[in-house]
Write a protein that binds this ligand. Structure first.
Ligand SMILES: *Cc1c(COP(=O)(O)O)cnc(C)c1O
Length: 360
């Protein structure tokens, strides 16, 4: 078996012990004589798998009983539509903070269902900083305020939580889900595509405050309707059972590692080590304001961009994957999700040093 150091932005690295367990249980899940893939979602044992995953996620994030946990499909992009369709209610507008590629997409999709007001965005389109809260042009009548705590493409992260009065906060946590403890009570709805930090693609986790459920627009598809999902245990139609099962194993893994405090500490160590190296080496540069740098997606450019291909080819030979930056930003990106071990970051820094010695 030969595994690479996987810095993919998503789908991304999963804990090896989880993959091993999936492999061990693949043909015969605990004496039931079939794979989880082959089980009915309405029968034991899948109902147990599903309930355990929810209970473990509730423990990990300390989710209050007044919040529903939904296991959905359609990705985070599906939630760009689901959030406005479920939360608009009698209101006509929602506020959007645009800090990078993903929050921009969310705002554009939201505009199909309501007046999506961009209340804050940086002065230019490089998205290298978070506009300070004091300058946000908030509306008291907004159905919600949407923001993206971690911008996966631009490598920008909120290290604070917007505090609003009366207007529910809607957060696309896809790439920083389970990377640090959060206070769920600060939010109206939290959602995350599982494929960054919580499992395989195909599952979207939604955590929504009970009182926001049940006011969806008439046009809301059944599969995106929070109430139908909440009332059916996320089984109003066939859920992504295999992805749900694997996410459940990832939740157990995170609990075994010491929970989100421990995930946060590791995330801090990995990202600060890489930023320290980049900041001390003139050949590499990170364009993001220091206070808004992402702990999860570290973007960097080479002093000579004509060496980009050589950097990536060398990286591939040295056993690294997923370092090419998004085409919107260029350069490189190392995504440091929970399942990326610290040795991978050390090895990457060694490679970056070696590259400067040879080509810099
Ligand atoms: C990856 C990502 C998305 C898109 O997720 P899909 O599941 O592919 O729709 C949206 N928002 C953020 C912050 C992401 O990282």
């Amino acid at each position: 078996m030969s595994r690479v150091y996987n810095f993919n932005p998503g789908p991304a690295a999963l804990p090896v012990s989880v993959l091993q367990q999936v492999k061990d249980e693949l043909l015969d899940w605990r004496g039931h004589g079939m794979s989880v893939m082959e089980m009915s979602h309405r029968a034991e044992p899948f109902l147990t798998i599903a309930a355990e995953a929810e209970a473990d996620l509730r423990r990990l994030l300390d989710i209050p009983d007044s919040y529903k946990v939904l296991f959905m499909q359609g990705g985070a992009t599906g939630q760009f539509s689901a959030v406005p369709m479920n939360l608009r209610g009698a209101r006509t507008s929602a506020d959007y903070v645009v800090t990078g590629a993903w929050s921009q997409k969310a705002a554009r999709e939201g505009a199909k269902y309501l007046d999506a007001t961009v209340v804050a965005r940086p002065d230019d389109d490089r998205f290298t900083y978070i506009p300070p809260f004091s300058g946000w042009a908030l509306n008291d009548e907004a159905a919600f305020l949407h923001y993206t705590p971690n911008e996966t493409v631009h490598g920008v992260e909120f290290h604070w939580t917007p505090k609003l009065e009366g207007v529910p906060l809607a957060a696309d946590f896809s790439s920083s889900f389970l990377s640090r403890p959060i206070n769920v009570r600060d939010y109206g709805v939290i959602y995350a595509g599982a494929q960054k930090n919580a499992g395989p693609a195909g599952l979207t986790v939604v955590i929504v405050r009970e009182d926001l459920v049940g006011q969806s627009l008439g046009c809301c598809p059944l599969v995106l309707d929070y109430r139908t999902l909440a009332e059916s245990g996320s089984m109003s139609n066939t859920p992504p059972t295999f992805a749900w099962y694997i996410a459940g194993l990832v939740f157990k893994w995170a609990l075994d590692q010491g929970g989100l405090e421990s995930m946060a500490a590791a995330s801090e160590r990995k990202s600060s080590r890489l930023y320290r190296y980049i900041d001390g080496e003139p050949f590499y540069e990170n364009p993001v304001a220091i206070s808004d740098r992402s702990r999860i997606n570290v973007v960097f450019t080479l002093a000579d961009s004509s060496l980009n291909d050589a950097f990536l080819q060398g990286a591939k030979l040295a056993g690294f994957a997923g370092l090419k930056g998004h085409r919107m930003v260029g350069g490189m990106r190392a995504s440091l999700y929970n399942a990326v071990p610290e040795v991978a970051v050390d090895a990457l820094i060694d490679y970056m040093q070696e590259f400067v010695r040879r080509r810099g």
